[in-house]
Design a protein around this ligand. Structure first.
Ligand SMILES: Nc1nc2c(ncn2[C@@H]2O[C@H](COP(=O)(O)OP(=O)(O)OP(=O)(O)O)[C@@H](O)[C@H]2O)c(=O)[nH]1
Ligand SMILES: [Mg+2]
Length: 456
């Protein structure tokens, strides 16, 4: 991972800019604080943020070109830059992936930077990638963009209009470019212009509409010779992108620094939320796995050893191990004696409820609970009740660890009560019963099981 502090600090004093750089830095350091496995999952966020840091500190402005296939997006890059850097082809779907090139002769420099660069980003045609993929590509590419050029060569079709709306929602400055104007006669040109201006209403300001001919078709020039005779010659006119070029440069002149600052701050905020919620989700999933497997272990162990002393002694040990493992999931390091303390607190807080549950299970169970040849089995309900207790105190401990090892304004008792209220007891218990019967190899009596156990 690159270290932002190792790079040269930007010299720009603008408070919004300084704030934006700080927000990218702090999101990056949040990522560094994640565990190795969390960081692995957040690879994409990490590389995106590192790139964004690089972009904002180097004053790099990104102009992204969108549009249908064959509208002249790649030709537009060549025309703007003044060199053939992009591959242009009559065959639609030529550009297959997003790529960028530096616009070195633009003459633009963000005020306050000793040097800055403009990168023009080419994208595949929006109808080249379908549905969800298109929306995703547009979204991720547009999020990084400082300025968007939307290129069309006629009135917009439905796909183009939908993409234009999606892009406008990203809230970046956008220019609608009507390209291939050389192919239209004056009347049609005026007609399509009116149609397009109508389409952009409410999405893009009217002055953000320009007409271009990025790669005009050859035309016949008639050359008059000295002797009065004429000769015709087919030549390609120069590209006509002057109006677009000056609109880009004035937009950047006016808003360049603000754009990259706003962009970086928005990007960092988005990633920061994403990191926080992914982290919570990942920890939550891992914690639930720990709770389930420990609760099932306890259920099986108690079912296999239905002696009162084991229930208490062995049970506490399993619960304490669960607490130690859970504390690690949340980046806290509980030792066994702290863990035992927490298990006891929670068992005591939940005692009334847990015992009540056990009594309920027991009494209803004894009524109809037969197994195989009519033997009354107490091991299953005892095991399931013990596992259920572990499940509940595990969930309570999860809340405690989620808050960095604190009950906050709650008490252990109210948390346990809350968990009991919100837990689907039947489903937890039936899970635990399945674990017991699987581990103790009781599946051959599955039919009896259904009749007796599920009728609680
Ligand atoms: N007449 C005319 N043809 C143009 C103009 N701009 C581009 N073209 C032609 O349109 C065709 C497609 O141009 P590209 O630049 O490859 O179009 P693209 O949008 O990048 O296409 P994909 O990469 O396939 O999505 C090529 O044959 C270009 O020569 C223009 O202003 N006028
Ligand atoms: Mg292309």
């Amino acid at each position: 991972m690159s270290n932002p502090t190792a790079q040269s600090e930007p010299s720009v004093e603008d408070p919004n800019y300084v704030e934006a750089v700080k927000s990218v830095e702090s999101t990056l350091s949040k990522l560094r604080g994640c565990s190795d496995s969390e960081r692995e999952q957040l690879q994409k966020e990490l590389s995106g943020l590192t790139e964004m840091y690089d972009k904002v500190t180097n004053g790099r402005v990104e102009i992204v070109i969108f549009g249908e296939i064959s509208t002249g997006k790649s030709a537009m890059i060549n025309a703007l830059i003044g060199r053939a850097v992009a591959e242009v082809d009559i065959q639609g779907g030529w550009t297959k992936e997003v790529w960028g090139t530096e616009w070195d002769g633009s003459g633009y420099r963000i005020p306050g930077f000793q040097s800055s660069e403009i990168v023009v980003v080419d994208t595949p045609g929006i109808n080249e990638v379908g549905g969800q993929d298109r929306a995703e590509l547009a979204e991720t590419t547009a999020r990084r963009a400082d300025l968007i050029l939307f290129v069309t060569d006629s009135d917009l079709n439905e796909t183009e209009y939908a993409a234009l709306v999606e892009l406008a929602a990203v809230q970046k400055p956008m220019i609608l470019v009507f390209n291939k104007c050389d192919l239209y006669n004056d009347e049609d040109l005026a007609k399509v212009t009116d149609l397009l201006k109508g389409r952009l209403e409410g999405l893009i300001p009217a002055e953000h509409f320009v007409r271009t001919s990025a790669d005009p078709r050859e035309i016949e020039y008639v050359i008059e010779k000295e002797d009065g005779s004429t000769e015709s010659e087919w030549r390609k006119p120069e590209p006509d992108v002057g109006e677009l070029k000056s609109l880009i440069l004035t937009t950047l002149e006016k808003e360049g620094l603000g754009l990259i600052a706003l962009n970086a701050a928005m990007y960092a905020a988005d990633k920061s939320d994403k990191i926080a919620s992914m982290r919570i989700k990942m920890r939550n999933t891992r914690a639930d796995q720990v709770i389930w497997s420990m609760a099932a272990t306890k259920a099986v162990v108690v079912a296999a050893n239905p002696l009162p002393f084991f229930d208490v002694i062995g049970g506490y040990t399993i619960d304490a191990l669960m607490m130690v493992t859970l504390s690690k999931v949340y980046g806290l390091e509980f030792n066994m004696s702290q863990a035992r303390g927490l298990s006891k607190t929670l068992a005591a807080a939940g005692g009334v409820y847990a015992l009540g549950e056990l009594a309920n299970y027991g009494s209803s169970l004894f009524k109809g609970m037969t197994f195989g040849l009519g033997t009354v089995l107490t091991m299953i309900p005892q095991g399931a009740a013990a596992g259920f207790t572990s499940y509940v105190i595990g969930q309570a401990a999860k809340r405690y660890f989620e808050q960095g090892g604190s009950w906050g304004s709650d008490s252990p008792k109210s948390v346990v009560q809350d968990i009991l209220n919100s837990t689907d007891r039947d489903s937890v218990v039936s899970h635990l019963k399945s674990a017991i019967s699987e581990k103790l190899n009781l599946n051959r009596h599955a039919d009896d099981e259904k009749k007796g156990w599920f009728g609680w």
